[in-house]
Design a protein around this ligand. Structure first.
Ligand code: ZN
Length: 244
């Protein structure tokens, strides 16, 4: 599953490791896989065979116990890293932990687990707009979202809003689909492309941005001081930690 790039010579020696558990959300050890991409999306996104394989795995490889897919498991791992916690997310959240947590649009199947945190708040579109949250500044320890930024018109503005509502040294922890062998492009002026499922043309599933390996520009341009990548699996299981 080594990604295609124009010149892979410098990547020789890579150690590719497929994630095989245990699940960082629940500790589960049974996994299953259902590919999710369809022809129109693959065509509009101009994905190569390798890219199809790793995006399918990111979205379609899931834990049989908690039903979270690879990207949600990567997100959970990133949350645990920021909290320096070695157990599962379920254990962390079930310990009566106080962590002022803002989840924006439900992140996989993590909401029921995160909601056990004291200080948890969930906000969803369209009541709340990621680019203009209209909630109090500097109020949260962590902000979480998963595969949302590609659907907003101005992702840097959205990340700036996440930064605004974080306390000093707080973390915005998120996932986006990243095609690691190319640069980010806007779909402005290109045919409309939608995520979700085949035939879905809901406006909140419209893709504005296809992220590539320069995604970190958006994080730093939004004012964050640190941008880290958590690789549960590369390149299919990446989560991003942005530190205020
Ligand atoms: Zn699980």
């Amino acid at each position: 599953m080594l990604m295609q790039t124009r010149n892979v010579k410098w990547l020789e020696g890579a150690v590719m490791r497929l994630f095989n558990g245990p699940c960082p959300v629940c500790g589960g050890k049974q996994f299953d896989f259902l590919p999710v991409l369809w022809l129109d999306l693959i065509t509009f996104w101009q994905l190569s065979k390798d890219e199809v394989d790793y995006i399918n795995r990111q979205q379609g490889f899931f834990c049989c116990e908690c039903r979270n897919n690879l990207r949600a498991m990567a997100l959970a791992k990133a949350i645990l890293i920021t909290q320096e916690y070695s157990g599962t997310l379920r254990e962390f959240c079930g310990n009566g932990t106080t962590l002022r947590t803002l989840e924006i649009n439900t992140a996989g199947h993590l909401s029921t687990i995160l909601s056990k945190l004291s200080g948890y708040k969930l906000i969803t579109f369209p009541q709340f707009d990621l680019m203009d949250l209209r909630i109090e500044s500097e109020n949260f320890d962590i902000v979480i979202h998963s595969d949302c930024l590609e659907h907003v018109e101005f992702p840097v503005k959205a990340l700036s809003e996440c930064r605004r509502v974080l306390r000093d040294s707080g973390f915005c922890i998120f996932t986006i689909p990243i095609i690691v062998g190319r640069m980010t492009r806007s779909r402005h002026g290109l045919p409309s492309s939608y995520h979700g499922q085949a035939g879905n043309v809901a406006s909140d599933m419209l893709v504005h941005t296809e992220f590539g390996s320069d995604f970190w520009h958006a994080v730093l341009l939004a004012g964050f001081s640190v941008c880290e990548i958590v690789a549960l699996e590369f390149p299919s299981g990446l989560a991003i930690i942005a530190r205020k």
